[in-house]
Design a protein around this ligand. Structure first.
Ligand code: FAD
Length: 511
């Protein structure tokens, strides 16, 4: 790569036996790439011997050059590359691409030194270890590897994803960038937002989302201390996997419609569980199922280990099967009474309070992914030339970007203010005060995501419908944003919940 050439030298290489071009002051030998070029060899013949920088960036992402780095044979003498190559920790220089607190010159009242350190470390971890596998699994639909789970367990990334709590005390988090005891909901937000930068919505859930939404319930509600400690250790060390199983064919939004039953044995030592669950994230490979069941006087939540009576079948959805979404059947499964979470017949409290963290995590993810979509649109508007002008020169494009940016900025600000409340409330206070606000926030953020997906698709045109190339993130987002609008409580149900909760606190006296 240290070799230098003159532009005249490059101009001499225009045949299929020796075809060179220049991109960003670098010289590429495309001779052996002619047959492999996804866009065909004719296009390469058109730029033979020329400076193809404008044509290249009109159609490709920088990652393509990184991928084909080996084709680069040198640079043009006395010229140097201008395109910025990102490092695993670098922040995007694109305006509005990063949350405001990470932008040079901006301040935030929320974030301290430990938040900055964590952000840098988790970005590096995600870029180096998670993203490559995420992209691969998203495409081929296979499940997360034990190797990656072990890596996340070792760095205590799995433990951090449950949010703050005693389970983090004494743990070394990502090599010690933050102490377990000081980890708060803003650290939690950072981990969630950085980990979705893999841009792979199916794998994002396949990456232990089941654990994130179910082990929290075990932490807060499983009273049998030795069992709680054992299960926590097994799961956080990556040896066992778990999921949350509430939804059934007759019980989605209306959880009270549950038909799965848990009947006590005559000696009172076990429950016998029978029934089915639908769309259970990570159910395909889970060892434990935190399951909502109908009991004699209400419903109850049980930690059910996989055994011969538990069967799982894959459900195909619009996102990658990497999520391991399952239909679960329980046939006479015998579960010890110690595995009860919370009080018998009062499972509703367990499920409802557990939803807060799940929804908070989803909000963090959607907001960040929406921001990435805006970044992609900004880059595309800057580089795509149509009718002889860059897209950004069209006022209509600037209007679209203005709306998308405004949605992201306001949503991130609302999210951070909720995270701050969570940092300053006990679990009980969060359950009491934040169910409604988090519901409203999630509902609003996924509606915003719908609008952003729509605008982004219009900005990208055909590429927004294409699973590879420049529009791949837009295609993925447009195809999958509805998952967040439905999972963990639908947009309508959560908007309704927010207003109903507000009216619970409405003054009794007429105003
Ligand atoms: C890929 C995927 C993964 C999932 N993962 C899990 C999991 O891990 N664990 C789990 O337990 N569940 C999981 N779910 C289930 C998910 O939580 C439910 O799909 C969701 O709660 C909605 O239930 P439903 O689909 O049965 O819709 P329904 O309850 O049948 O509702 C249908 C539509 O009617 C609307 N609606 C219903 N009632 C009202 C009302 N009163 N006012 C206005 N609108 C209303 C809803 O908003 C919805 O859009 C998953 C679902 C999917 C698709």
């Amino acid at each position: 790569m240290s070799k230098t050439f003159t532009r005249a030298e490059v101009e001499a290489h225009t045949s299929e036996d020796s075809l060179w071009c220049i991109i960003d002051h670098r010289v590429y030998d495309l001779t052996d790439f002619l047959d492999a070029h996804p866009g065909g060899s004719v296009v390469l013949a058109q730029i033979a011997g020329k400076d193809a920088t404008t044509d290249f960036y009109n159609l490709h992402r920088q990652e393509v050059l990184t991928k084909y780095r080996s084709l680069c044979i040198g640079t043009i003498a006395n010229e140097s590359p201008e395109v910025i190559e990102p490092t695993p920790t670098s922040l995007s220089p694109v305006p509005y691409a990063e949350p405001l607190w990470l932008r040079p010159g901006f301040k935030s009242p929320y974030y301290k030194e430990s938040h900055w350190r964590l952000q840098k470390a988790i970005r590096e971890f995600t870029t180096l270890h998670v993203k490559p596998e995420a992209q691969e699994k998203e495409r081929d639909g296979s499940w997360i590897s034990q190797g990656l789970i072990d890596k996340m367990a070792e760095a205590n990334v799995l433990a951090m994803r449950l949010g703050p709590g005693k389970h983090l005390h004494g743990r070394t988090l990502l090599g010690g960038v933050v102490r377990g005891e000081e980890f708060d909901y803003l650290h939690d937000l950072i981990v969630a937002q950085e980990m979705v930068r893999t841009n792979a919505r199916g794998f994002q859930d396949g990456n232990m989302a089941g654990m994130v939404i179910s082990l929290t319930a075990v932490q807060n509600w499983l009273r049998h201390e030795p069992l709680r400690a054992r299960v926590t250790e097994e799961v956080l060390s990556g040896k066992k996997k778990m999921c949350l199983a509430v939804t059934e064919a007759f019980a989605g939004s209306d959880v009270a419609g549950l038909r799965t039953t848990a009947k006590k044995t005559p000696d009172g030592k076990h429950y016998i569980v029978n029934g089915t669950k639908k769309w259970i994230t990570n159910g395909m490979w889970s060892d434990y199922f935190v399951t909502a069941c109908r009991t004699e006087k209400g419903f109850s939540v049980l930690l059910i280990p996989r055994d011969d009576g538990v069967e799982t079948k894959q459900i195909k959805t619009s996102y990658s099967t990497a999520a391991g979404t399952a239909f679960v059947e329980y046939n006479d499964v015998k579960v010890p009474v110690e595995n009860l979470l919370g009080e018998e017949h009062k499972g509703f409290t367990v499920i409802m309070s557990n939803f807060n963290h799940e929804r908070f995590m989803m909000v963090c993810a959607v907001t960040r992914l929406s921001m990435t979509v805006v970044e992609e649109c900004m880059k595309w508007c800057n580089q795509r030339i149509v009718f002889g002008k860059r897209l950004i020169e069209q006022p209509v494009m600037r209007q679209k970007l203005a709306r998308m940016i405004s949605l992201c900025e306001s949503n991130q600000a609302w999210l951070e203010s909720i995270a701050y409340q969570m940092c300053n409330m006990s679990y009980a206070e969060q359950s009491k005060h934040l169910g409604g606000p988090i519901g409203l926030l999630k509902s609003h953020i996924t509606r915003s995501a719908g609008e952003i997906a729509e605008q982004a698709m219009n900005i990208f045109g055909g590429r927004g419908l294409t699973q590879s190339g420049m529009g791949q993130i837009i295609e993925m987002f447009h195809r999958t944003y509805k998952f967040d609008a439905i999972l963990g409580g639908t947009e309508e149900i959560l908007a309704d919940l927010g207003v109903r909760q507000a009216f619970k606190g409405f003054p009794k006296a007429m105003l």
